[in-house]
Design a protein around this ligand. Structure first.
Ligand SMILES: [Zn+2]
Length: 78
């Protein structure tokens, strides 16, 4: 019986989408951000998710900018 222990390190848990979002928003503490960076360097699945979230984020930002240019910002109260 051969031992098959070739697996990704068990302590490498995938960060959740919430954590990846927080990372992109710069809301993670330095250690958390570093963990995500190191993880995505090795994990293509998570790097892909980060890439998609980043692209989505850029699109949302540019759409919002377009919207604000097209529609004057709603003024609050008086
Ligand atoms: Zn991962």
């Amino acid at each position: 019986m051969t031992k098959r222990t070739h697996r990704p390190a068990p302590n490498v848990a995938h960060p959740g989408e919430g954590e990846l979002r927080a990372y992109l928003d710069g809301e993670l503490p330095p250690f958390g951000a570093m963990r995500v960076v190191l993880h995505t360097r090795r994990c293509h699945a998570c790097a892909h998710v980060v890439g998609e979230l980043r692209a989505l984020d850029a699109r949302t930002t540019s759409l919002l900018a377009d919207l604000q240019r097209a529609v004057p910002i709603v003024r609050r109260g008086s």
